[in-house]
Design a protein around this ligand. Sequence first.
Ligand SMILES: NC(=O)c1ccc[n+]([C@@H]2O[C@H](COP(=O)([O-])OP(=O)(O)OC[C@H]3O[C@@H](n4cnc5c(N)ncnc54)[C@H](OP(=O)(O)O)[C@@H]3O)[C@@H](O)[C@H]2O)c1
Length: 256
Amino acid sequence: MPAIGLGTWQRLESADRAGGAEALVEAALDAGVRVFDSSPMYGRAEQLLADALRGRRSEAFVATKVWTPSPAEGQQQWARAAGWFGGRVDLMQIHNLVAWQEHLPMLEHARDAGTVGLVGATHWSAGAFAELATVMRTGRLDAIQIPYNPLENAVEREILPLAGDLGLGVVVMRPFGEGGLLRADPGPAALVPLASFGVQTWPQALLKWILSEPRCHVAIPATSRPDRVAENAAAGRPPWFGPDERRLVSRLAGAG
Ligand SMILES: NC(=O)c1ccc[n+]([C@@H]2O[C@H](COP(=O)([O-])OP(=O)(O)OC[C@H]3O[C@@H](n4cnc5c(N)ncnc54)[C@H](OP(=O)(O)O)[C@@H]3O)[C@@H](O)[C@H]2O)c1
């Protein structure tokens, strides 16, 4: 069943600066969000997330990452995350494929021990998708995290078909192109054909466009605002778009 998660890059620290990191995570859980994505690259986000989940950790599926060229530091990042998230991380990913050959054995070992649920790898750049495909073909991953939205659709060529063939979980980063796609908001009248799909806003149209691709399982929009968490989460419920609705959203987004 496809789902909306919550990304934490920059926005969780931003919520914290406004005094509301806990309120944001609470609002997400209350809206039915279960997948929370973080990384040691995101400043204090991992720790803020762990603090905010205290008391409700069992409701969350925590996805975080190792991000370092050093195997020893990767081990430390993993151990620190395990400590923060109650001894277990549900999805541990190799961020931007950094030193993936070095980190994979450590993550596989943790998966065997049951302290990591799934092992994944991420990359944001189409220039790295050939390498990502190589890692996928090793058969050692359970999931990937890739960018996908109407204007960033390079994954349609090789990565999504391969993920489908291999049965991998697919987490979608950058659903709003870091916010840039939201500036193309076509307004309520243009969204009327999508109302019967439960879509009332442009962010919801973009999120449902992603989750209506059957090889995508979770989209992780980042927001610092609790009201937007609920708005985004509502796009994680069926009915899903067919080809006509997906084409409409692509056209509204300005895809060629
Ligand atoms: N290499 C990697 O592994 C990698 C790379 C990039 C991203 N990621 C992951 O993917 C997540 C999402 O990607 P992203 O953070 O680049 O960008 P994004 O989710 O595409 O866009 C985030 C922007 O959208 C705004 N926003 C969110 N919901 C909104 C709504 N309903 N209405 C209006 N504005 C809204 C946010 O601002 P407000 O805070 O003002 O709402 C923020 O500026 C990251 O947080 C991270 O977890 C991973």
